[in-house]
Design a protein around this ligand. Structure first.
Ligand SMILES: Cc1cc2nc3c(=O)[nH]c(=O)nc-3n(C[C@H](O)[C@H](O)[C@H](O)COP(=O)(O)OP(=O)(O)OC[C@H]3O[C@@H](n4cnc5c(N)ncnc54)[C@H](O)[C@@H]3O)c2cc1C
Length: 268
């Protein structure tokens, strides 16, 4: 059984327990929603910062605009099914913030696709127990800037490949999956650990430093390369193994799906 049910994984909770150490908050929360594009943005995004608060409006393809409100808050407690409560949390976090934020908050109340969550990383000593294995955010969420989609897709590729290679011996396959994935996951999670300060700078000084860095990208090729390296180093931190197709591996005595129902497992 593969638990690929995301950062708040129920499978993880049921099989590995509800240990708070498994899911570590990075202290940043986000409200994200779509609004009418009142600003005429097309192929661009604008961003406004105050310490601990970021508001951005983006319209990558024209059309409706996507609003992202990232803010820092420790120990927020809320009901994940209570969307109105979550909108209130965002409204309170942004009360008194300038720029277009009052208008964005007005529009937030009508947004049909309002999304709210904290940013978390997931750490477990093992990703499998018995015949259950965790995949993607459920087992090793990277956090912002931690290449979470890449981790999930690469993890799926390696897990499927190892299950195939091990001809159904899940213990061998799960062990190899962990061995291959652990260093990659560690690299991605390490990169994300410093991201809250970059995503939501905590002081005007840090906002100005970040802005200077962005401006420098335009004028200095070396900074441009540094930026590109930062943006891609997690994606390229693993050499993707190629696996034979199931037909190449063939069916054998260890292939669980190929065993007759009730037949003894070859390893007893
Ligand atoms: C705002 C935001 C921005 C992000 N930006 C990036 C980015 O730029 N680059 C990047 O690489 N990553 C990014 N990520 C992270 C990325 O989205 C995740 O790492 C990735 O989606 C993990 O994939 P997953 O399949 O493990 O989990 P998910 O994508 O979370 O999928 C889990 C699925 O399981 C389903 N599910 C849960 N419980 C059950 C159940 N009981 N029964 C049935 N289904 C269930 C859920 O509905 C969901 O569809 C971002 C995340 C967020 C929140």
């Amino acid at each position: 059984m593969v638990g690929a049910d995301g950062v708040h994984s129920n499978v993880r909770r049921l099989v590995f327990g509800d240990d708070p150490a498994h899911k570590r908050s990075l202290g940043v929360h986000a409200g994200i929603f779509t609004v009418p594009n009142e600003w005429g943005l097309h192929g661009t995004a604008v961003m406004y910062n105050e310490p601990g608060r970021v508001a951005s409006v983006a319209a990558p393809h024209g059309g409706d605009a996507i609003v992202s409100l990232f803010f820092t808050a420790d120990g927020l407690r809320y009901d994940h099914r209570d969307v109105e409560q979550q909108r209130r949390i965002v409204a309170e976090a942004y009360a008194g913030v300038g720029w277009q934020v009052p208008r964005l908050l007005e529009l937030m109340w009508q947004a049909p696709d309002f999304y709210f969550d904290g940013t978390n990383q997931v750490f477990l000593d093992r990703w499998s127990r018995g015949r259950v294995v965790l995949l993607g955010d459920a087992g090793y969420a990277g956090g912002p800037g931690g290449n979470g989609t890449g981790l999930a897709v690469v993890g799926a590729h390696i897990l499927a490949g190892e299950l195939n290679l091990a001809r159904g011996d899940h213990e061998v396959a799960f062990r190899r999956y962990e061995e291959r994935m652990r260093p990659y996951v560690a690299t991605c999670q390490k990169q994300a650990a410093g991201s809250p300060e970059y995503l939501v700078p905590s002081s005007w000084k840090k906002i100005n430093e970040r802005n200077r860095f962005f401006r420098a990208v335009r004028y200095f090729p070396a900074v441009k390369h540094l930026f590109k390296w930062m943006a891609t180093r997690t994606a390229t931190a693993i050499k993707l193994p190629s696996y034979p197709s199931p037909t190449e591996v063939g069916s054998g005595p260890g292939v669980a799906a190929g065993r007759r129902r009730g037949a003894p497992h070859p390893r007893g």
